[in-house]
Design a protein around this ligand. Structure first.
Ligand SMILES: [Ca+2]
Ligand SMILES: [Ca+2]
Length: 208
């Protein structure tokens, strides 16, 4: 009785202000705890009969691709940094024997990755690495090992290179090597030299 009267008095005084949804929200407060129904959340272990529960996800066995031992993965490719020194041609053959080829640098990002690795691997300023770029077929026409010409907007020759001068006095410098020591200028780290010069090398193959 008291409850009803209280509601009447209260509602009269607040008639205007409760002509909106707040009024109904107020009345709902009086519903006894437990009188509302709710649907248990799916996935709850105490809901064995929940009709809307989706089946648990199947556990799939996935195969993660990775490079062979000794190869370093990066950007969907695998790289091998040789520890032995040989001519450009012999180095390339070593790469092809391993199902790869001398590295072709396709992006600024790939150049940065290689430089970071050479920063660790190079023992001295002359301990440079062959890359898969040569102008041995036609002087001044630099071609990658896959037959594509160098993209002049994506070259990283040191300033003044290539100059077709080889430090061993050879008649020409037709193969490209790269460095990450004091002679390099930021990303500009390619130098041409005689293809017969013995150097380490970088092999690259697709991750598959
Ligand atoms: Ca590449
Ligand atoms: Ca040359």
């Amino acid at each position: 009785m008291f409850h009803f009267c209280f509601l009447q008095l209260f509602c009269k005084s607040k008639q205007n202000s409760f002509r909106n949804h707040n009024f109904y929200l107020f009345l709902n407060i009086d519903i006894k705890p437990g009188s509302r129904t709710s649907t248990p959340a799916c996935g709850c272990p105490k809901c064995p009969t929940c009709p809307t529960c989706p089946p648990p996800p199947a556990v799939k066995s996935e195969t993660f691709l990775t490079c062979e031992p000794g190869w370093e993965p990066h950007g969907g490719n695998c790289y091998y940094f040789s520890t032995s020194k040989s001519s450009w041609t012999d180095s390339r053959r070593s790469c092809t024997d391993l199902g790869s080829d001398l590295v072709k640098i396709d992006s600024r990002e790939e150049q940065m990755f290689l430089l970071e690795r050479l920063r660790v691997l190079m023992k001295d300023d002359e301990d440079m690495f062959w890359i898969g770029l040569t102008d041995s077929v036609e002087e001044g026409k630099w071609i990658w090992v896959d037959g594509s010409p160098q993209d002049k907007s994506l070259t990283f020759w040191k300033d003044g290179e290539p100059d077709n001068a080889s430090k061993d006095g050879a008649a020409s410098a037709d193969c490209a090597r790269m460095s990450n020591k004091i002679e390099a200028q930021g990303l500009k780290s390619w130098f041409d030299i005689s293809c017969n010069y013995p150097l380490k090398s970088i092999c690259e193959k697709q991750l598959d």
